[in-house]
Design a protein around this ligand. Structure first.
Ligand code: DSN
Length: 427
């Protein structure tokens, strides 16, 4: 590697060491996850699935992929089956008896958006109606947002939040579902601080004959750690990116209930959408699932939520307005209008002091490029070992910057001091 590149990697590692990462979708992958990512597994082409590959030489990759599936089912406590039981042709899937309620796991999607593209591809035809939470109200681009493939290839109907409480308006979801009869109803968010009622989503989807797809990218780690309701009893398909609260490599996983859906999803990933899986990522996902079954992971998941609750309470004490009044998850959405600063200006100011957050729309915002909100979360700081005491410090730093207008370089020194007490696990 050139000096230039190795210096850039060192510089980025130092940036991560010396800043407080508050972006709720970011985290820290363990050295074991990084070791799998950096292994020669990256050299192998493996289109297809274990036992059914297009190329030779995949015996070991097959074992790794099946092991990742097995560990993923265990990490979420699911009764499941491995993809190796799926037949070669669709007509034979119905012959698989007794597996209708078993969960199958696809670990090949390259990331969240391709995973969702595969799910649409598997479960709907172009032009079909699909439903999801609007981006402006905390949904994701792939849940039917303007400009995204999900609204260009499908007829996307969007639901949102109740304007008084900033909570998902389940009555609206139900009435829109009854009116539009979608093929797919997505539950799942990227900027929603409260618990999602998957049971209600499941009931609504069932009542209109839609598939319920739960996109738990943000909260998968909380679910596995027992800190959020699980969607599995109420969903047909559950997907998640692996690099957020699960602390894995960049990638995605798709759980499908029963062999029929699993067959469709697998076919949509390859040959439908992707080429060769990233085998180094598959192994890193397996490492992630092993780590998620440890007691320490459950402790981390619960601490993420405790930390967010303390951070939210402290911010409120300093007069910050929080969308939906607070948080029950890892994430906090601050409405900065009462502080007379835009989300963008606040994000830049915090960055100067070494606090990394992101600007975000809050309900009612009309300009997505100049929103009034700031989205923060506690997974990354919790992975560094920070607890309630440090959350109070983080809130105080934000108060000093936004309210007291203290020079960013003063706060920056305190931020670096705090970071040094909680180093990332890298040399
Ligand atoms: N970029 C992700 C997030 O930050 O939530 C969503 O794709």
């Amino acid at each position: 590697m050139s000096k230039k590149l190795s210096n850039l990697i060192k510089a980025e590692t130092k940036r991560q060491q010396e800043t407080l990462g508050l972006i709720p979708s970011e985290n820290i992958a363990s050295p074991a996850v990084l070791a799998a990512l950096g292994s020669p597994l990256t050299n192998k082409y493996s289109e297809g699935y274990p036992g059914k590959r297009y190329y030779q030489g995949n015996q070991i990759v097959d074992e790794i992929e099946l092991y990742a599936q097995e560990q993923g089912l265990k990490a979420f406590g699911l009764r499941g089956a491995l993809s190796s039981v799926l037949p070669m042709s669709e007509s034979k899937v119905s012959e698989l008896k007794g597996l209708g309620n078993s969960w199958f796991l696809n670990v090949q999607a390259h990331s969240g958006s391709p995973a969702n593209a595969a799910i649409y591809f598997a479960l709907a035809e172009p032009g079909d109606t699909v439903m999801g939470q609007s981006l402006a109200h905390g949904g994701h681009l792939t849940h039917g947002a303007n400009l995204n493939f999900s609204s260009r290839f499908y007829n996307a109907v969007q639901y949102g939040l109740d304007p008084k409480k900033d909570l998902i308006d389940y009555d609206q979801v139900e009435s829109l579902a009854k009116r539009h009869k979608p093929r797919i109803i997505y539950s799942g968010t990227t900027a929603y601080p409260q618990i999602i009622d998957f049971k209600r989503f499941g009931k609504i989807a069932k009542s209109v004959g839609a598939y319920h797809v739960a996109d738990v990218s943000h909260i998968a780690g909380l679910i596995a750690g027992g800190a959020h309701q699980a969607p599995f009893p109420y969903a047909d398909v559950v997907m998640a990116t692996t690099h957020k609260t699960m602390r894995g490599p960049r990638g995605a996983v798709i759980f499908s209930k029963g062999p029929e859906l699993a067959y469709k999803i697998n076919k949509a990933i390859i040959p439908g959408l992707q080429g060769g899986p990233h085998n180094n990522v598959t192994a890193a996902i397996a490492v992630m699932f092993e780590e998620m079954q440890k007691v320490a992971f459950k402790r981390y998941a619960k601490q993420v939520v405790k930390n967010a609750a303390v951070l939210a309470a402290e911010l409120k004490r300093y007069g910050f307005a929080l969308v939906s009044g607070g948080t029950k998850t890892h994430l906090i959405l601050i409405d900065l209008k009462s502080k007379n600063i835009t989300g963008k200006a606040a994000a830049l100011l915090l960055e100067e002091a070494g606090i990394v957050a992101n600007k975000n729309s809050v309900p009612g915002d009309e300009k997505p490029f100049n929103p009034s909100g700031l989205r923060i979360g506690t997974p990354l700081l919790t992975s560094r070992g920070m607890k309630e005491k440090e959350m109070k410090e983080v809130a105080m730093f934000m108060h000093h910057l936004v309210d007291l207008k203290e020079p960013a370089e003063f706060v920056r020194k305190e931020v670096v001091k705090l970071c040094k007490k909680f180093p990332l696990p890298y040399k």
